[in-house]
Design a protein around this ligand. Structure first.
Ligand code: PRP
Length: 216
């Protein structure tokens, strides 16, 4: 039997996703050894293997077929824009992609002034402002601590993830507009979906079933 390969976005998400897989009988004891430096974890009996990757790279592994399946946030899927099938909303890590800034930026946004937008997600920001709002802005790519940008005067607003809202609150910023809702998704390589249709379809159905039961 060919291995079914699953790429997981490193971190909290991977752990939660593994708990879901366990609920449908797909376990991987090798992965539980936190001291291990191994990159790939195998369950020989089930013919499944898992590997941990940087979130941004998960859609790349899946598009090229190096992984049949990926578990990754919708933010990364949107930003990377890879060719793949998004098949299950796992409901994990629910948060929102928002335009944020000081209250004083609200008017500038409304009047379509040429403002600067700092973000880790330039493609999402571009799509939102150019295609949805038909508003010309200057997008500045940053790599983290995005909330700093409007505070120190790098940009008027940011496009960033808001979960509890406490980072915004503690820095005198607020949500000005909502771009979209986010959560972790299961994605599938387009060729694998055909070649391994039976196994992958079963996996999708089992996951959906468990999510329904959990939600009930
Ligand atoms: C994320 C996001 C916000 C924060 C939102 O940053 O970019 O800064 O979490 O969470 P909250 O609404 O619950 O405060 P992360 O911690 O991933 O680090 P980063 O700044 O390096 O992106």
């Amino acid at each position: 039997m060919r291995y079914l390969t699953v790429a997981l976005a490193k971190g909290r998400l991977a752990q939660k996703a593994m708990e879901l897989f366990e609920q449908i009988g797909i376990t991987c004891d090798e992965m539980k050894d936190k001291s291990s430096r191994k990159l790939i974890f195998v369950n020989e009996d089930l013919g499944v293997r898992f590997f941990l990757a940087k979130a941004n790279d998960v859609p790349t592994y899946v598009e090229y077929g190096a992984a049949d399946i990926g578990i990754v946030g919708k933010d990364t899927i949107l930003e990377e824009g890879r060719k793949l099938y998004e098949v299950v909303d796992l409901g994990l890590g629910k948060c929102r992609m928002c335009v944020c800034g000081p209250e004083s930026a609200r008017e500038k946004l409304k009047h379509h002034e040429l403002i600067r937008v700092a973000t880790k997600y330039p493609n999402i920001a571009k799509d939102y402002f150019y295609n949805k709002k038909h508003q010309t802005v200057e997008i500045i790519k940053l790599n983290g601590s995005i909330e700093l940008a409007p505070i120190v005067g790098l940009s008027e607003v940011i496009v960033d993830i808001v979960e509890t809202g406490s980072t915004l609150r503690e820095n005198g910023l607020t949500v000005l507009e909502e771009v979209c809702g986010l959560s972790a998704r299961m994605v599938v390589n387009q060729v694998s979906m055909k070649r391994e249709n039976e196994r992958i379809t079963k996996l999708i159905q089992d996951l959906k079933q468990i999510l329904r039961e959990d939600g009930a």
